[in-house]
Structures are given as C-alpha cells and as structure tokens.
Design a protein around this ligand. Structure first.
Ligand code: G6P
Ligand code: MG
Length: 218
C-alpha cells in the first residue's frame, strides 16, 4: 500500500446527507417527492448530471437556463448547510486512520467529484493531511469514469495497483475498479457489492485489517 485515495462526501464527512437534503428541497419546490433511495444513484455524480437525474425523477422538462438556476439554488442551499461545519464534523475514526497511514509513509489523496471539496476540507481542517486534492474542478469525466482516481495516483507518483480507494458510492466503487485499484467501501455491503471490503465507518478500522487486502493480487 503506497497511497490511499479518499472520496469526500459520505466518507470523510457527512455531507452526502446535505447533498440529499438540498436535492430534496429542490424537488419539493418543483412539486415532487425525492427519497433517500432515489438519492443513492446521485452519490459520486457531478452536480449537473445529478440535476438531470432529479428532473427526470419528477418528469420535469427544463430549459438550459432553468437548469443552471436550479443547480445554483441547490448549491447555495448545500453551502448554507455546510457553512456551520467544524473539525468536529469529521466522521468518527477518520482522523486517527489518516494519521496512522501518514506515519507509515502512505501518501494521502482526495478523489471527489465535488467542486466544493476544497471549501469543505478547510471548514473541517482536513486540508493539511492531503498530499494531493483532485476535485470536481480538475476532472472532465464524472465517476464511474476512473479519471479522478487516475489523476490522483499520477499526482502521487504511484501505480494503480498500489492505491486503495475509500468510497461510499456505487459509481465511485466502479470508478476505482476501472482504474485498477483496490476499493474499500464505507457503508452498506448490500449496496457496495463490488467493493473488495466494506466497513460501516472508520471507527476501529486499522491498517492491519487492510494489509491482507493489499497482499491480494487479482
Ligand atoms: C460528490 C457527491 C455528489 C455531488 C458531487 C458534486 O461526488 O457525492 O452527491 O453531486 O460531489 O458536488 P458539488 O459540490 O460540486 O455540487
Ligand atoms: Mg461519496
């Protein structure tokens, strides 16, 4: 294991919940219901691609101008929800895990589709732990395309086979697999079926538990 690439929303911080609440609010404004189950398909997906899925769910036709306005409104509400975040909002066990990894000389990268990733890392004080940050401003192709993780590994100068990705989204797990990387799912094993291992969160997760995974060759 030479590098760890972390997704942000739903892995390091609970902003996946804020994304959901912001999309749900938009759906309500447009007059339809949007559930947590439907939201699962949006995880890891870029803002505009997510909007298309949300509008399709509600059977809404919109002009390009309206779409831009909807995306802006969603983002403004999302950022309002995020503005109160502090270092206390880093998910349990994350900081310990990243510190352990850094002590072992493992390089740390971020691989997120979010254009707000830098802002969130600053709110919660995580930026100094990252050797590289690949966010929605740097990638052209959204997960499940592997681009975000390929750029991350290249930044860190490691081969895909030496990188482990941490993901909470089905699209993110697929992206990591397509990049030829090992994937640790954070969340529900029934949803993250393609991940090599799944843990509910980072609490109690130690590097030792991942050594076996690193040794596996596929
Ligand atoms: C992450 C989240 C998605 C979000 C995307 C874009 O991948 O999982 O839910 O839509 O980032 O985020 P942004 O902050 O740029 O709207
Ligand atoms: Mg995520």
């Amino acid at each position: 294991m030479h590098a760890f690439l972390f997704d942000l929303d739903g892995v390091l911080v609970d902003t996946a919940r804020f994304h959901f609440l912001a999309w749900q609010r938009l759906a309500h404004q447009l007059g339809f219901e949007f559930t947590e189950t439907q939201n699962e398909a949006l995880k890891g997906i870029s803002r505009m691609d997510s909007l298309e899925i949300v509008l399709k769910t509600g059977g809404i036709q919109a002009t390009n101008e309206e779409k831009l306005r909807y995306a802006e409104e969603k983002n403004a509400y999302y950022l309002r929800l995020c503005s109160e975040m502090t270092p206390a909002d880093v998910l349990p066990g994350v900081l310990n895990f990243i510190r352990q990894a850094r002590e072992r000389g493992i390089l740390i990268g971020l691989g997120s589709a979010s254009k707000n990733a830098g802002t969130i890392l600053d709110h919660v004080g995580l930026r100094p732990y990252f050797d590289t940050i690949v966010d929605g401003n740097r990638v052209r192709k959204s997960k499940p395309d592997p681009e975000v993780f390929q750029i991350g590994a290249a930044d860190l100068g490691v081969l895909p086979g030496s990188a482990v990705v941490f993901e909470d989204a089905v699209a993110g797990v697929e992206a990591a697999k397509r990049a030829g990387m090992k994937v640790v799912g954070i969340g529900d094993p029934a949803i993250l079926k393609e991940a090599d291992r799944v843990f509910p969160n980072f609490e109690g997760l130690s590097l030792t538990q991942l050594e076996e995974l690193a040794a596996e060759t596929k």
